[in-house]
Design a protein. Structure first.
Length: 75
């Protein structure tokens, strides 16, 4: 796992790790969902298109989720 992902989710899967990988992946998934829809709402207000907030959020979620999947270690 890259250093920037390890520092964001904890110590990793080493001998001294107390974080379950399932819990850390769940937290990263929820954070990705929350950040994408928060940014979608924010951008829609700034662009004066309040009806498009959830659509921008879905687009941002698909991009952020694909980046997260590529960065997360599958071992």
């Amino acid at each position: 796992m890259p250093w920037y992902v390890k520092s964001a989710v904890g110590p990793g899967r080493g001998a001294g790790s107390s974080v379950d990988p399932l819990v850390s992946h769940l937290l990263v998934g929820v954070a990705t969902l929350a950040v994408s829809f928060f940014l979608g709402g924010y951008l829609s207000k700034k662009l004066r298109m309040p009806d498009h907030g959830w659509k921008i959020g879905v687009c941002l979620f698909s991009v952020l989720a694909s980046v997260v999947v590529l960065l997360m270690d599958r071992r």
